[in-house]
Ligand binder design. Structure first.
Ligand code: PXL
Length: 445
């Protein structure tokens, strides 16, 4: 695994600073070491207190890492450095150990606290900008460094040129703060390394939420991770931008800010994998359940399971083309996401009542089958199709009706003209549903 180092401040609230960096490094598959320059006490109201780590101790941390072959890193990023003295020592160490680095010229916390002393900006410009691989200011930071006012893309281009002239090999000005880009529904970042390039992503607009906490740190950390893995600047920046986009979209919403969640996508992908495997296992169990065919209606049956944060049928894994009974036995397609609207609607409707009940199967209706469900000890509920109000979606309405008073394991209806009666069995996982089906078949026999 490639190794990287972050040199920056601690954010006790966990969204930004070295906490954001370490989470980002882990999510992107690089080994992260951390050199603390300062400790901040902060929350969504602001920075309440901060204390620099003695410069000697910062030097010692860097040496401890770099003098051990097991930990010595290939790439670094800097964040909160706070004072001129700190910047001088960090610059000295980075030169001495010849470590390429991403310079995140952090000046302020999202909530407003100062993270770089006013008189330290010139030291940062003098000592760090000329030796960094890339510097990643947001618009306010780019204004401070270049001394220009940035109102539009042309201004940003001019500022990027100036910062490049100061010695940075490359400059990325993050456009998240540019009003007209936000109005255009996208967040554009400007890259300049002698020639201009742009990368953009959809701007995530959330009503009444002005501050995104942790996005800048996560971007520079992700950029560091992608660069150390060997990507060129543009591809690394694009990956980092996508990463931050995912982290914001999965962020925690507090009263007036979003704290980015760097592991959101990782967890979501893992959940998708586990869900798909669970449905596959359930399918194997059903296929090997003797007499499961008794429960398959002529239109076929399907079993599905949703991911934790499911929003649509594309978040529900099921059997493509359903399970149908043929003369040779049960035939089933492959398990995939977005292949069954019907079972997905059932599950999404149930999850409105109980987020944990993420799986369902539809099976044939008969009085005997409902009786077997009773004998198996399941909680049973039902709805009447005749009572369905016009304009309602049947499954949304039916499941709500049936789940109003109790949270059922089983919901049946007797059908209506042109509507087949049906039994649906719910559970937390597809395997649990398959086990319930097995018990029902046993009671049927
Ligand atoms: O966003 C930059 C940043 C860097 N470092 C620390 C921070 C923040 C933002 O809040 O708290 C410690």
């Amino acid at each position: 695994m490639k190794r990287v180092m972050t040199i920056g401040g601690s954010d006790c609230s966990g969204g930004a600073g070295i906490q954001a960096d370490i989470k980002t490094f882990s999510a992107l598959g690089v080994y992260g070491t951390s050199v603390l320059t300062a400790i901040t006490a902060q929350n969504s109201y602001g920075v309440q207190m901060k204390q620099e780590v003695p410069v000697e101790l910062v030097k010692a941390q860097i040496e401890s890492i770099m003098n051990d072959e097991g930990f010595a890193v290939d790439y670094t990023k800097t964040g909160m450095l706070y004072s001129s003295a700190m910047i001088e020592e960090v610059a000295k160490q980075l030169k001495k150990h010849k470590i390429p680095f991403v310079l995140d010229p952090v000046t302020k916390a999202g909530s407003g606290g100062t993270l770089l002393e006013d008189n330290a900006l010139s030291t940062l410009i003098e000592l760090l900008i000329p030796i960094c691989e890339v510097v990643t200011p947001n618009v306010p930071e780019a204004c401070l460094i270049s001394g220009l006012e940035i109102r539009d893309k042309e201004d940003a281009k001019e500022a990027a040129k100036r910062i490049h002239k100061m010695g940075a090999s490359a400059v990325i000005i993050k456009g998240g703060h540019l009003e007209h880009e936000i109005a255009a529904g996208k967040a554009m970042d400007l890259i300049y390394d002698g020639t201009f390039d742009e990368i953009s992503s959809a701007y995530i607009k959330r009503e009444n939420l002005k501050i995104v906490h942790g996005a800048g740190c996560s971007f520079s950390a992700a950029l560091t991770a992608e660069l150390v893995k060997g990507k060129n600047l543009r591809d690394a920046a694009l990956s980092a931008k996508k990463f931050v986009h995912g982290a914001i979209s999965g962020g925690e919403e507090l009263s007036d800010l979003i704290v980015v969640n760097q592991v959101y996508k990782l967890r979501k992908d893992a959940d998708r994998y586990r869900v798909q495997e669970n449905v596959k296992e359930a399918l194997r169990m059903l296929k090997s359940t003797k007499n499961f065919g008794f429960l398959i209606p002529e239109v076929g049956t399907n079993i599905g399971m949703a991911i934790e944060d499911a929003e649509s049928e594309y978040d529900v894994a099921a059997v493509d083309g359903r399970m149908v009974l043929t003369k040779e036995g049960i035939h089933a397609g492959r398990v995939d996401f977005g292949v069954s609207g019907h079972v997905a609607r059932l599950i999404l409707a149930m999850m409105k009542h109980d987020r944990a009940k993420r799986s369902a199967i539809n099976v044939k209706y008969s009085a005997e089958i409902v009786e077997a469900c009773k004998k198996a000890g399941f909680i049973i509920s039902s709805f009447e199709r005749e009572k369905e109000p016009a304009g309602e979606k049947t499954m949304d309405w039916g499941v709500s009706e049936a789940a109003e008073k109790v949270l059922p394991d089983v919901i049946f209806d007797l059908g209506a003209v042109g509507k087949e009666p049906m039994v649906r069995i719910f559970g937390n996982t597809a395997v649990e549903v398959a086990e319930k089906v097995k018990r029902i078949v046993e009671y049927l026999e």
